[in-house]
Design a protein around this ligand. Structure first.
Ligand SMILES: N[C@@H](CCC(=O)N[C@@H](CS)C(=O)NCC(=O)O)C(=O)O
Length: 280
């Protein structure tokens, strides 16, 4: 089935892991509309043409059973064949193996290893730098420099590779693992004035233009205005995770916003601990 024909359902109805899939659907993804990690799995499922059911969670009100699926209490979780797979990279790799066509990884072990190096770099170095700048909420020179340094490494990979995509001639696994944060660059610009320079990042800027033309990216795209609204609140502490539900256009900032003080290496630093753990 061509990926454009694939029915996928996005819903706020809290379907449980054992609730049957809708007719014709093969798997379920527990997600949150604004989540870049969940977007990784949505991109792979879409690229594979796998018909799936997306259940959006309110991460401020997680049902207790969700921790049985993922002890970290995080989305994404993929439900398939009676199993549940969490951690976005593991879930995406699972989808690549469970649904071999179209292949998003090269058969050549060296090319595959390079692709892993690219998205591992972004996950390990780029994402923490991205959130640290976001959390600052202004053009903090130190955090801007840190993010630029890790983005320059991606530009360097592309220069050495000399291909239109990290995967090669077409978008592939590594492109979809890196993309969600590049889709969020306009949001980061709105909040911190950060942007890529055409002098330093010509290849990445050309990659971004190409990625926007990819039908899979277009399908999984998130309303940019909602992203800015969501992260404006998120960076201060307690976001409204139901933003975007049923056309809901505003995140509620009615809860008192708290700037979380500890050093930020991942999203944990942006969230109050009690919203991440089991309630009982
Ligand atoms: N390392 C995880 C990170 C996933 C993650 O941080 N997801 C966020 C949403 S974007 C989440 O579910 N957070 C739980 C919470 O904030 O309570 C992965 O790669 O899947």
């Amino acid at each position: 089935m061509a990926s454009s024909d694939v029915p996928s359902q996005s819903s706020d109805e809290l379907r449980k892991p054992d609730d049957p899939l809708l007719p014709g659907q093969v798997l379920r993804i527990y997600s949150m509309r604004m989540c870049p990690y969940a977007q990784r799995t949505r991109l792979i499922a879409r690229a594979k043409g796998v018909s799936h059911d997306i259940v959006n969670l309110d991460l401020n009100n997680k049902p207790d059973w969700f921790f049985d699926l993922n002890p970290y209490g995080e989305v994404p979780v993929v439900i398939h064949n009676g199993g549940h797979v969490y951690e976005s990279l593991i879930a995406a790799e699972y989808l690549e193996e469970a649904f071999p066509e179209p292949k998003l990884f090269s058969d050549d072990p060296l090319i595959k290893a390079y692709e892993r190096i690219y998205y591992n770099h972004w996950t390990k170095k780029g994402i923490p730098a991205f959130y640290s700048l976001l959390k600052a909420g202004y053009p903090d020179p130190e955090q801007t420099q840190r993010l630029n340094q890790h983005i320059s490494a991606l530009e360097g990979f592309m220069t050495t590779l000399d291909k239109p995509y990290f995967h090669g001639a077409a978008p592939g696994f590594s492109d979809y693992m890196i993309w969600p944060w590049f889709e969020r660059l306009p949001m980061l610009k709105d909040i911190t004035e950060f942007s890529l320079s055409s002098k330093d990042c010509p290849r990445l800027l050309a990659w971004i233009d190409r990625m926007w033309k990819d039908p899979v990216v277009q399908h999984c795209k998130i309303d940019p205005e909602l992203l800015t609204k969501h992260y404006t609140i998120y960076r201060k502490g307690r976001p409204d995770f139901t933003i975007g539900a049923d056309g809901k256009a505003t995140g509620s900032d009615s809860q008192e916003s708290v700037v979380v003080p500890e050093a930020l290496e991942n999203l944990d630093g942006l969230r109050e601990a009690h919203t991440r753990d089991r309630r009982n």
